[in-house]
Design a protein around this ligand. Structure first.
Ligand SMILES: Cc1cc2nc3c(=O)[nH]c(=O)nc-3n(C[C@H](O)[C@H](O)[C@H](O)COP(=O)(O)OP(=O)(O)OC[C@H]3O[C@@H](n4cnc5c(N)ncnc54)[C@H](O)[C@@H]3O)c2cc1C
Length: 492
């Protein structure tokens, strides 16, 4: 039955598990649910296809910054990647291929944006409603809605008066041709450093408005020669070895991020050399040096970002934006620059977990109310007062040093174990004291991490609480999530 059928019949679609979102998380979970013989599930996706951030972020130059052999499912290695760091099209293609190979199509419902989910205490089921009015009733609910799927556009004075196209990098307008245009880029985060060099040769004039500079290091990218791809395809273990080596290399840096931030200073000389090699103008170079401790914001990788500022048609503006006018931007120093098109590289509302969905648990408790001091969960997965409710890429499961897909696989294993348990139980719910103990310890550890002080970043709420990042090693997370401890749960 499709959502449209539900509306027609007025009857809810009954299923065992509702999964929300069809990115790496939702697809990975779907595959593992089938493998566990849990075939009664639907994946609701608000868009019209799978892929998550890799469907949305189609800006020129979009690519991952974790090597592809690692940024892929461990059970579905990709031997045929043309280069070490796959681009957006390759990653999206990979997710589409996974969907087909593992037969997830019958489970997917597109155009199904979930507006609300309510725990019904009479039936011990979740009642899930989409914006279009379709209703699903399920024993369990799993959200796989990502941390980086809500683009942020700053509320700049006068923005609504701007008459040209203005869009976020995650909502790229491929119908807008940038050649011959005076383009303004606002923001210099992970996406901007990828698309600035790609559009610099097209635009007549490119003005980059920077609030804070980024630590950008060389990207050790390469095209895999044919022999190496043959090796990965045909020699048993070669691809696994490549993945393992990349994993260890990334994991080795965790120590600096989570326990000994000063160690990250060893990367500064490489940053300086990279900057010097890329930018000849000493004034521009000076303004591209960050004034916060390295690692506090994500360390970025690019081989052509700095070089873009050596182009005669690219200008770096570090004064803040005072006002946007119909065809111009006025900066704080009083300079007005004529602009035809504005592109926002201003990131995502990462700490607004599950917004704008309404999730209601036991006793009508609103999850937003439960999270008024910042989102939190047990292991980033389960929340007290919300039985049979699980999150993937939930609070404090993000990383700065390794692959999110690795973290997602750990969470998926844990959630599948819980869902198996629910075949013989009505509900499971994390005990509040267990969740509190876990989060008290987690926040204590976060105080010693590189994200704790020295900069503002998307990891922190307005109150300065880090609700996004995992403060440890990924193998530690994998161990903690290896199997649920049933004593931590009220199993009914
Ligand atoms: C540009 C970019 C580059 C990145 N590069 C890397 C990298 O190199 N390495 C790395 O480890 N991580 C990277 N990430 C982080 C990335 O978010 C994760 O790696 C991973 O893709 C998250 O997958 P997900 O399925 O959890 O979430 P997402 O990919 O965000 O998917 C969530 C899905 O849920 C859907 N959805 C949301 N709300 C609803 C709703 N209410 N109803 C129905 N559907 C809904 C969305 O449409 C989306 O399809 C990058 C992120 C971005 C934005």
């Amino acid at each position: 039955m499709s959502p449209q059928d539900t509306i027609a019949s007025g009857e809810p679609v009954r299923t065992r598990v509702v999964v929300i979102g069809a990115g790496f998380g939702g697809i990975g979970l779907g595959i593992k649910l089938k493998a566990a013989g849990l075939n009664d599930f639907v994946i609701l996706e608000k868009s019209d296809s799978v892929g998550g951030v890799w469907r949305e972020n189609r800006y020129p130059g979009a690519a991952c910054d974790v090597p592809s052999h690692l940024y892929s499912f461990s059970f579905e290695p990709c031997a045929d990647r043309p280069r070490k760091y796959a681009d957006q099209a390759d990653i999206l293609d990979y997710l589409i291929r996974c969907t087909r190979k593992y037969g997830l199509e019958p489970h997917l419902r597109f155009g199904a944006e979930v507006a609300e989910a309510r725990w019904d205490e009479t039936s011990n089921h979740w009642i899930v409603r989409t914006r279009a009015g379709a209703v699903f009733e399920a024993q369990s609910l799993v959200t796989a809605t990502g941390q980086l799927s809500k683009p942020v556009i700053p509320s700049l004075p006068g923005l609504k008066d701007f008459t040209g196209p203005a869009f976020h990098s995650a909502q790229w307008r491929s119908d807008i041709h940038l050649s011959g245009k005076r383009v303004a880029v606002i923001g210099t985060g992970a996406s901007a450093i990828q698309f600035v060099p790609a559009i610099a040769p097209l635009a007549e004039q490119l003005t980059v408005y920077q609030r804070s500079a980024a630590y950008v290091l060389p990207k050790p990218d390469k095209v895999y020669p044919a022999w190496q791809k043959t090796l990965f395809r045909n020699i048993p273990g070669a691809l696994r070895l490549s993945r393992m080596l990349q994993y260890l290399k990334h994991e080795a840096t965790a120590f600096a991020f989570v326990a000994f931030p000063s160690a990250l200073k060893v990367k500064r000389p490489a940053f300086r050399r990279h900057l010097h090699a890329g930018v000849t103008n000493t004034d521009v170079r000076a303004r591209l040096v960050p004034h916060y401790r390295i690692g506090c914001k994500r360390i970025l990788l690019s081989n052509d970002y700095f070089q873009a500022f050596d182009r005669p048609n690219v200008e770096l503006v570090t004064e803040s934006i005072r006002e946007i006018r119909a065809d111009a931007i006025l900066s704080a120093d009083g300079t007005t620059r004529k602009i035809d098109c504005i592109i926002f590289g201003t990131g995502f509302a990462a700490t607004d977990f599950l917004v704008p969905m309404t999730v209601t648990g036991i006793g009508g408790q609103d999850l937003r109310q439960a999270w008024k001091d910042g989102a939190q969960a047990h292991l980033g997965i389960t929340v007290a007062g919300f039985p049979n409710f699980f999150m993937l890429y939930g609070p404090n499961t993000n990383l700065s040093h390794n692959s999110i897909v690795f973290m997602l696989e750990s969470q998926i294993r844990y959630v599948v174990a819980c869902l198996r348990r629910l075949r013989g139980a009505r509900s499971i719910e994390i005990k509040p004291q267990v969740q509190d103990r876990f989060n008290t310890r987690l926040q204590q550890r976060l105080k010693h991490t590189v994200w704790a002080k020295g900069c503002t970043s998307w990891h922190l709420t307005a109150d300065g609480k880090n609700t996004t990042n995992w403060p440890g090693y990924t193998f530690e997370f994998a161990l903690k999530t290896r199997a649920p401890k049933w004593d931590d749960y009220a199993v009914r």
